[in-house]
Design a protein around this ligand. Structure first.
Ligand code: SF4
Length: 231
């Protein structure tokens, strides 16, 4: 296997330690530049539009210093599945003994399938951005079908993953959330569905304003288990 990719610099930053981002693991986070979406509430503008400066070799060198101290590595961004050598990187991380979590918008089902089938990922957080009818409006991306393929695959093989939605009530209302819940229920999603409440920051991609009024959680459909957290 060519190791030329070690000189690539797709990474914007490394979070050295987190107890919150990878269930049941102490982890580091690798932040990949670039994204194929433009969610108005996204505050990761330097990551989405920026160039990476940290090489894969730098990241692996860092992770070597964390062997036996951390148990997991989160691959986030941006959209980490846009990085063309993600599979090779996952091999390297696995060789260091870490579990891997991937944060993804689900638009690269082929890569996700390869990673899962080669046991190169242990947990996935899959963004369910919006109902099909609103998907392009919110993400500026037309690939709901690709997201859907990823979702169906993970459900069918009963992979360890979570579906999650960031809620900004000016973009998604309670009916939209209930449409997503209905859809997950019909697809036999049996895990917890996470709703991430948008917290306002100034510098978002869409320069979006603060939420007018949070969604009324009492109106949320109870067909599946839901849980709330801050975004
Ligand atoms: S919030 Fe949207 S634009 Fe920002 S990184 Fe995630 S998918 Fe990309």
């Amino acid at each position: 296997m060519s190791r030329d990719f070690l000189a690539d610099s797709p990474l914007y930053d490394i979070t050295r330690f987190t107890t919150l981002d990878f269930p049941e693991n102490l982890a580091s986070i690798l932040w990949f530049c670039k994204c194929n979406m433009r969610c108005p509430y996204c505050y990761n503008t330097p990551i989405v539009f920026g160039e990476g400066s940290i090489t894969i070799q730098d990241a692996l060198n860092f992770l070597e210093t964390r062997q036996n101290r951390l148990t997991g590595v989160v691959l986030s961004g941006g959209e980490c599945t846009l990085y063309p050598h993600l599979e090779k990187l996952c091999y390297e991380i696995k060789n260091l003994g870490f579990k891997i979590k991937i944060d993804t918008n689900g638009t690269n089902p082929t890569l996700i399938k390869d990673l899962v089938e080669n046991q190169l990922v242990d947990y996935i957080a899959l963004d369910y951005k919006a109902p099909k009818e609103k998907f392009e409006e919110i993400t500026k991306n037309k690939n709901f079908d690709s997201f859907e393929t990823t979702l169906n695959f993970l459900i069918q093989i009963d992979f360890s993953f979570e579906a999650r939605t960031t809620v900004h009530s000016n973009l998604l209302d309670i009916d939209d959330i209930n449409i997503i819940i209905d859809d997950l229920y019909k697809r036999d999603y049996t895990r917890t569905y996470y709703l991430q409440n948008y917290l306002h920051v100034e510098d978002t991609i869409g320069k979006i304003e603060a939420q007018n009024k949070p969604i009324d959680t009492k109106k949320i459909n109870q067909k599946i288990t839901t849980s709330f957290r801050e975004f």
